[in-house]
Design a protein around this ligand. Structure first.
Ligand code: ZN
Length: 378
């Protein structure tokens, strides 16, 4: 199984200039590829092949006056940018045909210097390396300082360097997992658990445990909201607004980092402790434009569920998701009576058939766990 491991990197001033140049060249090649396909479409010609684009937009372009600077960056970066354009078209056509899962994908757009996220990718044949002193050595950029927050399980096959809206740099490595080491780390267990993701608590488990997001995260979220309010009051085009915008971007980055860390720790613990995990699928698409949708988005439930998904796959666990609109919160977990809809503000209710008093979320979590089919033995 392939995973991504991302680390913060700290390029020095010269390396930042070289990276900006590489981001720019990758962007130009991407845009040239989009333009070439658009031109072909308008002229009613077949789309140029990847080989033709590579020759025209990289090899031959480097010899022209207006694109000669493409020679200043690693050609692998430019090749990968062409591949990204190809992949963007593939996704778009698959989406049109309905063969692609997930949300609809539009046609590739031109990239801009002002985009929030800039990135370049180096594959194995780009001759990048990790030095003895733990720096990331990139062709035509140099040995960049890395903050290694965890160890890579195996040797990575590619690395993407990213600059985000807050001006931070990251290296994202693609690595294969080591199945034997994973088995040793998380041996099989008999336990199963149901998880109800909620609004009053981040999650309630079928064993009664209630999990809230950590206090520092809630505090950071409050600070972010305040900064966002201040930004909206600043006059457009003013210097203060630019300052406020950078502050919001930084606060936002802090919140999403803290949230991701919380999700990582919780999902690893749940996967480690249990062989079978049942979680209420929030069917986020169905909630669009409701007040709940914002809460779902803010809590980052979908990114939490995708962590559970890939960790379940990695460690041989069974993950079952249950639709939001299945009556897990209306069914009595004691007698099975379907008691009727319970609006979100109803935190506690009494079953009209057997008289059991239920905590809303705990009752739902028990039902969710019941719906889980026992894990197959491997
Ligand atoms: Zn009952």
């Amino acid at each position: 199984m392939q995973l991504r491991y991302a680390f913060r990197v700290y390029p020095d001033a010269g390396q930042r200039v070289a990276l900006a140049r590489a981001f720019g060249c990758a962007r130009v090649v991407f845009n040239d590829a989009v333009r070439a396909r658009e031109d072909a479409r308008r002229a009613g010609l077949p789309f140029p092949t990847a080989a033709v684009l590579s020759r025209k937009l990289i090899t031959e372009a480097k010899r022209t006056a207006e694109r000669s600077w493409l020679g200043e960056v690693s050609s692998v970066v430019l090749q990968q940018s062409l591949r990204d354009a190809e992949a963007a078209y593939r996704n778009f056509f698959a989406s049109l045909k309905g063969t692609r899962k997930g949300t609809r994908v539009g046609p590739p757009r031109f990239k801009s210097r002002k985009d929030n996220r800039q990135s370049i990718r180096f594959t194995v044949n780009a001759r990048w390396s990790i030095t003895d002193t733990g720096r990331l050595n990139l062709p035509k950029i140099g040995a960049v300082k890395v903050k290694w927050s965890r160890t890579l399980p195996t040797i990575p096959t590619s690395v993407t360097v990213i600059k985000d809206a807050a001006g931070r740099y990251f290296a994202s490595f693609v690595v294969g997992t080591d199945a034997a080491a994973d088995n040793a780390r998380m041996p099989e267990t008999d336990r199963t658990i149901g998880i109800d993701l909620g609004l009053t608590h981040f999650a309630v488990l079928s064993d009664g445990t209630k999990i809230d997001s950590p206090r520092f995260l809630r505090r950071a979220e409050k600070k972010l909201k305040k900064a966002q309010r201040e930004l909206s009051r600043k006059q457009k085009g003013s210097k203060n607004r630019d300052k406020a915008r950078l502050k919001v971007a930084r606060d936002h980055a802090k919140v999403s980092d803290a949230r991701r860390e919380f999700h990582h720790q919780l999902s690893t613990k749940l996967i480690s402790d249990n062989q079978g995990i049942a979680v209420e699928d929030l069917s986020v698409a169905g909630l669009a434009r409701t007040r709940l949708a914002k809460s779902v988005h803010d809590a980052g439930w979908s990114s939490f569920i995708s962590m559970l998904e890939y960790k379940a796959e990695r460690y041989g666990r069974t993950l079952v998701t249950i639709g939001r609109f299945e009556p897990t919160s209306q069914t009595c977990s004691t007698c099975g009576n379907v008691d009727g809809p319970k609006p979100l503000h109803v935190r506690e209710w009494t079953c009209t058939a057997c008289g059991t008093v239920h905590d809303r979320d705990h009752n739902a979590a028990i039902n969710i766990r019941r719906r889980h089919r026992p894990a197959e033995r491997r």
